[in-house]
Structures are given as C-alpha cells and as structure tokens.
Design a protein around this ligand. Structure first.
Ligand code: C2E
Ligand code: MG
Ligand code: MG
Length: 635
C-alpha cells in the first residue's frame, strides 16, 4: 500500500534495497535463461561478462581463463572500459591479482587483507576495494575467474557486490564448463576430420610414390619401355601360358650396330634422344598386347606369340623400320641393328636359356651381316655368348692372336697401288673366323679397343716400313675407333709409337667423328695431321655430316661407302649420289676413294666420273701380309 506520509530515511533505504534486490534477481534469472541454453563458448563468455558487469556496476569486467597447460591464464572476454586492449593477453600464474586468486583458489576482496602476510598486504593494499575477483570453479577444477575493476559511482565494491558475484560465478561456471566441453568436442571432431583428410592425402601420396617406385622398378626411365625385370616377368608368364596351351613364344633380341660410338662421339644427351626416337619407332610396329622392352644400352627385346615364319617376317620388318633416318637436332642419323631369335620350347625352356640363345643368334646375325638369325644348335657350336667372347679377347690381346690382312687400293689414272687398307682378322679358337664388325664392337664395349688399336698401329707401321725397305712404297690405312680418339692418352701414346714415321700411315675415321662435339676432338685430329699421318673419312654417306662441315677439318681423303658403290650399276640414285660426292670432294681438294668395287664396269665408270682411288674385290680381296707383298711386287 502506498504511504501518504514521507517515509523515514531507514525505510527509504530498505525500500531501495528491496527494489535493487528485485532487479538483481531479475538480472540473474535473465542471465541464466540466456546462458543455460547457449553452447557457443564465446557467446557464453560475452553474456556472462556483460551481465556480471551490470550486476555489480563495474566500470570494467574481465574474465581470465586458465590455459590448458595450467601455468598461464588468458583474458577471454570482458565488458566495459578498455577491455579490447586486454582481451587475448596471456599472463603467467605468478603474475597479478588473478594469479594470486588462482594460486590460492580463493576470491579476492577487501576483507581478505587481514588474512595476508605483511609483505602481501603491502603489495595488494592499493587494489583492495577497487577490485573484486571471484574464481570460476567447474566440477573438475578451477576454470578461471571474474574480475571487476572500479565501481561506477562509488569508491569501492561492497560486500554485497562480492556475495552477488560469488553466486553469479557459481552458476555461470557450470554453463562455461559445458560450453568448454562442447568446444573441446567440436575441436576434436574438427581435428578428427582434419586427420582423416590428412590421412587420405597421405594415402594418395603413398599410392603415387608407390606407382613411381613401381615405374622405376619395372620401366626403363629413358624410353619408358618395360625394363629387364618386367620383361623377364612377362616372358615367364608367356612361357607358362604357352606351356598350358601347347603353343610357342618367340624372343627377339635386337642390338643396334655401333651404337656405343654414337654415345661416345655425339654425347650421351644426343645418344639418349636417339634411343628414345628408336624406341618410339619400334613401338609403331608392336601391338599393345606384345611386350617390347629395353634390356639396357642398345639392346631391345620383343616377346611374340606367332608362328616361326611370321616371327622372322616381323624381325625383318623391325629392322626395315630403322632404315628411315632419324632426325636429331636437324642432323640425320642412320641406324642399323641385328636381331637374334629364340623360340620356346624348341630353343629353350626358360627365360635365361632363351635369352642366352637369342643373344648367340644375334651375334651370328651381326657376324654374317644377315640382319636376322634364328637360333640353331648347330650354329651355336659352343655359344657365341659375349661374356665368353670378352674372356677370349683378353687372351687374344695377350697372346697376339689378331692378324692383319691388307687390301690394295689402286690409283685410277695409273693403275698403281699407292696404298693398302689394314683390316683386322681374328680366328677364335674352336669357333673360326669372327667378323671384325663383331670383335671390334666387343673390344669397344669392353674397353679393350685402345690396346688393340695400338697393336694395330704398331703392326701396320712396321709392315709399311718393311715394305718401304723392299722398295714397295705404299701407305697403310688403318681404321681408328671413335673411342680411341676420345682416349685422353691417345696423342701421347701415338707420338711414342709413330714418332717421325707418320707419312707411312693414313687413319680412317668414320664420318660421325667429324661431327663430334666432344671437346678436344679437333685438337686430336690436328695432332694426328701434324705427325704427318693422313686423315680419311671412312664410310662416307652413311653418317650424319655434310661436306661443308668437313671443310673445316684437317682431312685429306674421303672414302665413299661401299653400299653406294656396290649398287651404283643398277641404282640411279646411288649413281647420282656417287657423282655428286666426287664433285663436291674435289671442290674441297679431297682425294676420293671408292670402296666395294666388285666388277670392271663399276671400276670403269668410277674412273670416268673422276674418282681417284679404287678398292674392292675386283682389284683384290684383303690378303695376308705375304700374299699382299707378292701382289705389290707383281705390280
Ligand atoms: P671398312 O673400314 O669400311 O672396311 C671395308 C670393308 O669392306 C672390309 O670388311 C672389307 O673386307 C670389305 N670389302 C672390301 N672390298 C669389298 C667389296 O668389293 N665388296 C664388299 N662387299 N666388301 C668389300 P671387313 O674386313 O669385314 O671390315 C669391316 C669393318 O670392320 C671395316 O669397315 C671397319 O669399319 C671395321 N674394321 C676392320 N678392321 C678393323 C680394325 O683393325 N680396327 C677398327 N677399328 N675397325 C676395323
Ligand atoms: Mg675402313
Ligand atoms: Mg668403309
């Protein structure tokens, strides 16, 4: 009931305090309804800070929260003056009033001063009254606190403010703890998702690197063809299948001729590009079900499931495919090869046996210059395998088993023999004559060629001097392997062997050597010329160079390859090529030699075209030294 009279001051105080009480209770109720349903931790903090500030009329309200490690606390939320400067700041538990409250797990207010030691009291006395700070206690321990700084409109916070705040904190802390738990759950869910994502990324990477490893383990990185392992595996399966079906499997082993020289002379980079181009070319002749692999170096293998006759046809087809020149950096490259064929089951019952026999057939193909050779037991007398050949070559060098045959070359205009070409001969114990194409290739492959070449130069020079002393003045042409020229000791050794007798010798060097970008080649060629040795370009027309390029080289002679000469009677193109080579060579003041002259008609025709020197079976086959001497004396 409203009073008519003015209430006395005490009553007014009581009335005011009851009204305040009502407002406070309403504020608390509002806070709890709002916070109770809130699971977003940031929102919970925000509401708590604003309501607590209103509840005790603080200028500034801050909520410090103890960090998970437990030795620091951070200001998570706040309301009122200057809070933005403080929120987010992290402090040590040793520091400030908050630290004191957390360490002692006791609220701070003015009334506590009496409990403090003298030192502490001096330290904190200033703050008493202007700050109240109550802990937020969760079920599992201390969470943080609520700190009120400076009472609006009064000097100090009252005991009532303090009690209200304690009550507020005890209820709010439950909401904070719940929201923290929810956030933790969300975080761990997020982490889980994140882990799952990372795991799937890792898995993907693992699959990729597994694929890469598989590629490295099974495919040749240069040509991307199956390597030796994958090829062995495929052949093993094909053999098993053929065994079940009672059919056959053929293994073709293709070896490129003189490929090592391409690498040595033109450099590995060009060699690699040529190999890539070759594998691409070969793939055009191989179906997707068939396996074309690279065993390494210049050796390719092909597994076929066809009849013997078809397999031989396919082998010839592969060789013909290589006849079209390859273009590397604008330079034409001519490639040839030899193929050995071995067939399961008749030529071998497992991969190793088939490979061995295809290898020996391949050497026969090279030796006979047939291109393709099917394995046969009779031909294989004691396996022409190249490992046994290397052992035999070592022995042959030590025991001087090599011989030289000499093929006379005649001057067209006079019919006189001015020179002879020294050609290596090797009769392999138990196997008979091995073609120089084969053993020179093996000497080059096994790094023995320099020893052989110095034997060759010494022997040829001694022969030339001996003939000179008998009145036969002929120079002797010797074939020098490209690898000799890149041997750093070549010049030094040459000087020792030849000294001042260079005029008796001509070095035949294949055309490709003159294209070499190998450092120092020109120096070596100059050195050879300075020793008085003539330089001749052998097998001209099959290589990659042009006449204009040769202009800069210290050469004196050019030998047109026999492949053009042999056929020039029948083949108009060859005839035209020979004619223009002769003209151009003369323009460059080079002596022109035609090799492979097999009959009188060709001999006559070449003379008419102005060729300077002829060499070939028509004049004489290569002869042992004594027979060649008779030939020379008779002339
Ligand atoms: P090349 O230097 O072009 O030698 C010419 C080849 O043609 C010789 O084969 C010779 O016998 C052959 N030939 C000569 N006249 C005729 C003919 O009228 N018709 C036919 N169809 N062929 C004829 P050979 O002796 O089998 O030598 C083959 C190749 O082996 C040589 O080709 C040469 O590149 C290499 N070579 C031979 N001896 C040596 C050597 O001591 N050192 C090196 N590095 N290579 C050698
Ligand atoms: Mg030659
Ligand atoms: Mg030649």
């Amino acid at each position: 009931m409203p009073s008519h009279k003015q209430d006395p001051p005490q009553i007014i105080d009581i009335k005011e305090s009851l009204l305040n009480r009502e407002a406070e209770i309403e504020l608390l109720q509002q806070t709890f309804t709002e916070i109770g349903g809130e699971l977003d931790l940031n929102r919970v903090f925000k509401i708590a800070a604003e309501r607590a500030r209103a509840l005790v009329s603080a200028e500034t309200l801050l909520i410090p929260v103890i960090d998970p490690e437990g030795d620091t606390y951070s200001y998570r939320a706040g309301a009122g003056d200057n809070v933005d400067e403080v929120i987010g700041e992290t402090l040590s538990l040793d520091y400030g009033l908050c630290g004191w409250v957390f360490r002692h797990n006791r609220p701070w207010w003015r009334g506590i001063l009496d409990d403090l030691s003298d030192a502490e009291r001096t330290q904190w006395e200033k703050e008493a009254g202007t700050v109240i700070l109550v802990p937020l206690r969760g079920k599992k321990g201390l969470l943080g606190g609520i700190s009120c700084i400076n009472k609006i409109g009064a000097d100090e916070f009252s005991r009532r403010d303090f009690n209200l705040l304690k009550m507020f904190a005890s209820i709010v802390s439950v909401a904070i703890e719940n929201a923290m738990a929810v956030q933790k759950m969300e975080e761990s869910h997020y982490l889980q998702e994140n882990y799952r994502h990372q795991l799937s990324m890792l898995n993907k990477q693992l699959i990729e690197s597994n694929k890469e490893l598989e590629r490295l383990a099974l495919y040749d990185p240069l040509t991307l063809l199956p390597n030796r392992s994958l090829f062995r595996d495929r052949l093993t399966r094909a053999i098993a299948q053929a065994c079940d079906d009672n059919t056959s499997v053929a293994l073709l082993l293709l070896d490129l001729d003189k490929f090592k020289n391409v690498n040595d002379v033109l450099g590995h980079e060009k060699g690699d590009r040529l190999l890539k181009a070759i594998s691409k070319r070969l793939l055009e002749y191989v179906s997707a079900e068939e396996t074309l692999g690279r065993l390494g170096g210049d050796e390719f293998v092909l597994v076929l499931q066809q009849s013997e006759a078809d397999v031989i046809l396919r082998a010839h087809e592969l060789l013909s495919s290589l006849e079209v020149p390859f273009l590397i950096d604008g330079a034409k490259m001519i490639v040839s090869g030899s193929i050995g064929v071995a067939i399961y089951p008749q030529h071998g019952r497992d991969v190793s046996e088939l490979l061995r026999h295809a290898d020996s057939a391949m050497y026969l193909a090279k030796d006979s210059k047939k291109g393709v050779q099917l394995y046969s037991l009779e031909d294989d007398k004691s396996s022409l395998g190249h490992l046994t050949m290397i052992a035999d070559l070592h022995k042959a060098l030590e025991q001087k088993e090599f011989q030289l045959h000499y093929q006379p070359q005649i001057q067209c205009s006079t019919g006189r023999v001015l020179s002879v070409e020294a050609l290596g001969r090797w009769s392999r114990p138990a196997l008979g004559e091995i073609s120089p194409d084969v053993f020179i290739h093996e000497l080059e492959q096994s790094g023995l060629i320099d020893r052989y070449t110095f034997w060759l130069i010494e022997t040829a020079l001694a022969q030339a001097i001996a003939w000179h002393e008998k009145g036969c003045d002929v120079t002797i042409s010797v074939n020098i392997s490209p690898q000799d020229l890149i041997n750093p000791e070549f010049c030094l050794l040459l000087d020792r062997v030849v000294s001042h007798n260079g005029k008796h010798l001509i070095f035949e060097i294949t055309e490709s050597m003159f294209l070499s970008e190998h450092e120092g080649i020109t120096k070596v060629l100059d050195y050879i010329r300075d020793l008085g040795i003539g330089l001749s370009i052998d097998d001209f027309g099959t290589g990659y160079s042009s006449l204009s390029r040769l202009k800069k080289m210290p050469v004196s002679e050019l030998k047109i390859d026999k492949s053009f000469i042999c056929d020039m009677e029948k083949n108009k193109d060859d005839e035209l090529i020979v004619k223009s080579i002769i003209d151009l060579a003369h323009n460059l003041s080079l002596v022109v030699v035609a090799e492979g002259v097999e009959n009188e008609a060709v001999s006559r025709y070449l003379t008419e075209l102005g060729c300077d020197i002829l060499q070939g079976y028509y004049i004489s086959k290569p002869l042992p030294a004594d027979m060649c001497e008779q030939f020379l004396l008779a002339r």
